[in-house]
Design a protein. Structure first.
Length: 152
């Protein structure tokens, strides 16, 4: 087991199975290629995506099916290539891929979920991409009823 020190979560012990590799980084954070997915009972189903490179960079995320049980994933061929997934699919949450949505907690607003650009993970390889949809079916600021505390 390895350990990293973080600004918001303190020292984190982790094993390789909790590391997500983002070959292309995240939009706006292209130099951030590895995140540890931290799960804690007291915050479930919310998980923390802690950067392994920048100790102050941490995102809140949740499984997409917790936010919208009928969510329909749309992923581009380019994103499929980044993930190393081939074939016609379907690539839906629970069919070899894990799908998380990034949560945001603005200072004076409700907690929101980014359904427009979920984080898609190939559960076998742990490769991940933030798959920005090319349509506008979902919002990047889907309001949630209950407010959670952020990594701050």
């Amino acid at each position: 087991m390895s350990q990293i020190k973080t600004k918001h979560l303190g020292p984190i012990n982790y094993d390789d199975s909790s590391v997500l590799n983002f070959p292309a980084g995240l939009p706006g954070f292209e130099d951030q290629n590895q995140f540890v997915m931290v799960e804690r009972k007291e915050s479930a189903p919310v998980v923390f995506l802690q950067s392994m490179k920048t100790k102050s960079l941490c995102f809140l995320a949740a499984p997409v099916n917790v936010i919208d049980s009928k969510y329909e994933l749309s992923i581009t061929r380019d994103d499929l290539k980044v993930l190393g997934l081939e074939g016609p699919g379907p690539f839906q949450p629970g069919t070899g891929v894990m799908c998380l949505v990034i949560l945001a907690a603005p200072q004076n607003g409700p907690l929101t979920a980014n359904l427009l650009a979920p984080v898609v993970v190939d559960v076998r390889t742990r490769r991940a991409v933030q798959a920005v949809r090319i349509d506008s079916r979902y919002s990047h600021q889907f309001p949630l009823a209950a407010r959670q505390s952020a990594c701050s």
